[in-house]
Design a protein around this ligand. Sequence first.
Ligand code: FES
Length: 100
Amino acid sequence: MARTPKSHRLTIANTRQTIDCAANQTVLEAAIAAGIDYPYACATGNCGTCTSRLDVGKVTLLPRNDACLSPQQIKAGQTLACRACPRSDLTVTWLSRAER
Ligand code: FES
C-alpha cells in the first residue's frame, strides 16, 4: 500500500490563503493546484520569476540554476517556489509582482 506523503500547511501571504502542500510537492505546484495565480515562468529553477521570501518554516530545495538563487539570497531568507518542498508548515511571499 502506497503511503501518502506528509502534508504541511502553506500560507501564501500575498493572497492570505492557506492550503495543503505535500512534502514531495513544490510550493508552486501546490499553489497552482489550489488555483492561486502564483508568478512563475520556467518552473524548473532557471529563471527566478518565482523568487519568494520564506517568512516562516523550512524547505528542501530541488536542483536549480545557482544564478537564479544565490547562496546570499538563501541566507537572506529567499527561495524559489518552483524548487522548494516543505519540511514544515510554511509562510511565503512572492517577490516578483508588486503586492496588491
Ligand atoms: S519559475 Fe523559473 S525559477 Fe521558478
